[in-house]
Ligand binder design. Structure first.
Ligand SMILES: Cc1cc2nc3c(=O)[nH]c(=O)nc-3n(C[C@H](O)[C@H](O)[C@H](O)COP(=O)(O)OP(=O)(O)OC[C@H]3O[C@@H](n4cnc5c(N)ncnc54)[C@H](O)[C@@H]3O)c2cc1C
Length: 495
């Protein structure tokens, strides 16, 4: 009996985080036959553990990394256009902490950042920090507020949207497929890849180009599965973000300065919650001291105190940073390095070390430029302005889009319309289809999650578990009870 031929791809990408799926989208748009292998769910790793920022990285001004900040801010403005429902500009109040940085230093930093910021925010907003109404809410530490603009980001949905864009361009996306082995077939001029599927069956693929976008596992993947030494490696830093429920806090964004110089952001999150996120810490396991430090810092500044009882969810993730021996740790934070390995001249391996959500598109374009001699395709900027799936909202005006959606479905409750618009943008039409009233949306799982949305997530967005649906794609896990989760799980088992 003849065995089925091994499928052949132009480019195989290991890792379904933001870097892997963005590169897949750009490569597939150039006409390359592209496949992504992801060991877990899309956005399984660091890409869903973020502090919820698409940031220009104001802290890099201290390192005089003006180009990095300028590039990040340009990417931020672009992302606001491409996915206005997922990337949203907000004013941030940076609170002085004179034990960490002088008032003058912070004021200058915010001034420079505002001057570099291409997003248009009204001058009044900057000149009237009182509009924040934060003062009465803050402890009387006697310190000033500095204002700047950054963007909030729904990291996991943004990554899923990039994966949808890749799929729309013809890429194959395979979640729950782990690369176990890769071998260069020098004679045949391609890679042989061994991949384990969800049933732990081994599958084989051929690819001309291999990209290691495994995030914090990049070095490990090189040693174990690809068995290819590299002069570069990633340094791993732990990071925790806390989701706290505080309906009484004003829905505004704050940046606090921790005593070790880190910036900690407190930003509005789904379902009356706030996200408290910090930059990297050397601990590689979640540690209670780190959590307590975050709580103490918030309580130092806010009158309405926070306790561990307010924590409703914790994200813990490992951030991969290119271990550049020429930089100190604070300078390393968002840098990435692309390392090409092609000793035989025919079977390139491109390793991605480090990076950040803010730089993901530039990284993908740069990767394709490096690979151009092997792929024969020159990356172009045509995709740069095109909306991500769901992001084709007229003038990026989300409020107007919510009105439009509600006019199309007048009998559906406004809180459902708002949640769908915020989460899916114009893909909401694809979910609601010709539903007239709630009864048309199928089984109700709680908190206005209906069968029709769950079916869409399973059929179009690769969801297969309650966590995929309730945490990475809808954030409804913050309000679902154990019974409601069990009902959803039992429906998924029968699906
Ligand atoms: C706590 C925390 C907060 C952060 N906050 C921010 C922020 O606010 N803003 C920002 O810009 N950045 C932030 N970052 C950094 C940002 O999240 C990362 O830079 C970015 O998500 C990295 O994306 P990635 O695709 O390289 O890696 P990942 O998202 O980790 O993706 C790598 C993927 O590779 C998969 N993989 C590994 N091995 C295999 C294998 N053998 N086969 C198949 N798949 C495999 C993994 O399952 C994983 O899904 C934060 C990071 C952390 C940890």
């Amino acid at each position: 009996m003849n065995e089925a031929p091994i499928p052949v791809y132009d480019i195989a990408i290991i890792g379904g985080g933001i870097h892997g799926v963005t590169l897949a989208s750009e490569a597939a748009a150039l006409g390359l036959k592209t496949i992504v292998f992801e060991a877990g769910d899309i956005a399984n790793g660091a890409s869903s553990a973020t502090s919820g920022l698409f940031s220009g990285d104001i802290r890099q001004l201290e390192n005089l990394a003006l180009d990095t900040v300028r590039n990040n801010l340009q990417e931020q403005a672009l992302a606001c256009k491409r996915a206005p429902h997922l990337v949203r500009p907000r004013l941030f109040a940076l609170l002085d902490n004179l034990d960490v940085r002088s008032h003058r230093r912070v004021r200058t930093g915010c001034f420079v950042y505002r001057r570099m910021q291409p997003l248009k925010i009204s001058r009044d907003d900057y000149h009237c920090p009182r509009a924040f109404l934060t003062k009465p809410f803050l402890s009387d530490t006697g310190n000033s507020i500095h204002v700047y603009t950054d963007c909030l980001l729904n990291g996991s949905r943004y990554t899923v949207s990039q994966a949808l864009a890749a799929k729309a361009h013809g890429a194959t996306i395979l979640p729950h497929h782990r690369l176990t082995q890769a071998a260069r077939l020098t004679e045949a001029k391609h890679w042989l890849l061994q991949v384990e599927n969800p049933d732990q069956h081994p599958l084989s693929f051929h690819a001309n180009i291999l990209v290691n976008a495994a995030g914090e596992a990049a070095s490990h993947l090189l040693q174990e599965a690809i068995q290819c030494p590299s002069r570069c490696q990633v340094k791993r830093f732990g990071g925790s973000t806390l989701v706290v429920r505080k309906p009484e806090w004003p829905r505004q964004c704050f940046t606090l300065q921790a005593l070790d110089g880190r910036l900690v952001t407190v930003t509005p999150y789904h379902h009356q919650c706030f996200l408290i996120g910090s930059s990297q810490s050397p601990a590689l396991e979640p540690c209670p001291q780190q959590e307590q430090q975050l709580i103490d810092l918030v309580n130092h500044h806010f009158q309405n105190k926070l306790s561990t009882d307010d924590i409703v969810h914790r994200h813990w993730g490992i951030r991969a940073i290119y271990d550049d021996p020429t930089c100190c740790d604070t300078q390393k934070s968002r840098q990435y390095f692309l390392d090409l390995d092609c000793p035989d001249g025919h079977t390139p391996l491109l390793n991605i070390f480090g990076g950040s959500l803010a730089g993901h598109r530039r990284l993908a374009i740069q990767a394709l430029r490096i690979l151009q001699p092997y792929s024969g395709k020159t990356p172009n900027q045509q995709q740069a302005e095109s909306p991500l799936p769901g992001g084709d909202i007229i003038d990026g005006d989300l409020e107007a889009f919510i009105d439009e959606l509600h006019n199309s479905y007048p009998l559906l409750p406004i809180d459902l319309i708002q949640r769908l618009a915020n989460n899916y943008g114009t893909l909401s039409y694809r979910i609601l289809q010709d539903a007239k009233r709630l009864g048309d949306l199928g089984q109700h799982f709680g908190h206005r999650l209906y069968e029709q949305e769950v079916r869409y997530l399973c059929e179009e967005e690769w969801a297969c578990s309650t966590d995929d649906i309730l945490y990475r794609r809808t954030h409804l896990g913050l309000v679902f009870s154990e019974e409601e989760k069990a009902a959803l799980q039992s429906w998924l088992r029968g699906y």
